[in-house]
Design a protein around this ligand. Structure first.
Ligand SMILES: *[C@@H]1O[C@H](CO)[C@@H](O)[C@H](O)[C@H]1NC(C)=O
Length: 297
């Protein structure tokens, strides 16, 4: 009976264009990210407008989507950026949204910086060693520091693209990662939850190997359940909620968060996320790794 039910569920999902059932976890959050790029507030002076989910603390912060600002930045043509975390706040990375207009371009980074781009809408074409690599929605690219091997890594968005970007100063004394492109759907999925019940599914977008000094994961969480156990780890932690809603614990405080909100936590800040509401939540999580903490400034 149970197998028949599962089969019917699989057929239903397949008919709805959802993920196939061949052993893949059934939990999948929406990949409609329109709320992430919802317009920020423009009016002021009314008390209602002062309500915000944003909070800024010495060692953690929440950036509410509606209270963020859009800026221009050298190197990015016809593009608006919205920063959600940066080093002079205490983080060891930069986290931002990029809204690239049609025909826009972005130059590659420097020999000491690396960039991770997750395309949420539209597509970009990256010039990697004179090879054009197309990266579409729900796909991502990791761009290593520029070198003789990676001269350009500039990107073009012919019809426009919306992206979530992480950047940092490459932090490892030895070893160098290579350019990498992938899709969320193809990333290895690890189920967890109370008694391994599959109430959350984490997809690691970068290989679990020594060269990389960061990890980025997409975590889908069933409402009513935590993304993972409460942690107070040595890494910096950045997260953006792409879909759904829930509660974040940061230090001794609790914050309601919705799609489009971003979070940062410094090392050892206790943190926990639980999904709520009707839809599964989708988080993109950044963490540094493989860096000896003795040498992190
Ligand atoms: C995505 O969600 C928004 C807001 O709920 C909705 O207006 C839009 O039609 C959705 N787009 C697609 C392609 O389903």
């Amino acid at each position: 009976m149970r197998a028949v039910g599962l089969l019917l569920l699989c057929l239903g999902l397949a008919a709805a264009g959802e993920q196939q059932c061949s052993g893949a976890p059934a939990l999948a959050a929406s990949s409609n990210y329109s709320a992430v790029f919802a317009p920020s507030r423009t009016s002021g002076g009314v008390f209602d407008d002062l309500l915000t989910r944003s909070a800024s603390n010495r060692d953690f912060s929440v950036v509410h989507g509606a209270s963020r600002a859009w800026v221009k930045m050298p190197g990015w043509h016809n593009t608006k950026l919205s920063y959600m975390m940066q080093p002079n706040k205490g983080a060891n990375f930069v986290m931002y949204l990029a809204d690239m207009g049609p025909g826009s371009t972005v130059a590659g980074k420097s020999p000491i910086t690396e960039r991770f781009m997750l395309v949420l809408e539209g597509s970009i074409e990256i010039d990697v060693n004179d090879r054009e690599v197309l990266v579409g929605a729900n796909e991502y690219a990791y761009l290593p520091p520029s070198s003789e091997e990676y001269m350009s890594q500039s990107a073009t968005a012919k019809d426009g693209a919306k992206m979530l970007v992480f950047e940092r100063i490459f932090g490892k004394a030895e070893g160098m990662p290579i350019f990498r492109k992938g899709a969320i759907a193809d990333a290895p999925a690890k189920e967890s939850g109370p008694a391994g019940a599959g109430t959350s599914v984490a997809r690691a977008l970068l290989p679990d190997s020594d060269e990389w000094d960061l990890e980025v994961a997409v975590v889908d969480v069933r409402p009513g359940f935590p993304a993972a156990a409460l942690r107070a780890h040595y890494n910096n932690h950045g997260a953006v909620l792409l879909a759904g809603e829930g509660l974040y614990r940061l230090g001794d405080s609790w914050f309601p968060v919705q799609a489009g909100d971003a979070v940062w936590a410094a090392p050892y800040v206790p943190q926990w996320f639980g999904a709520m509401g009707a839809e599964p939540a989708r988080l993109v999580v950044y963490r540094d790794r493989n860096i000896d903490p003795l040498f992190v400034v």
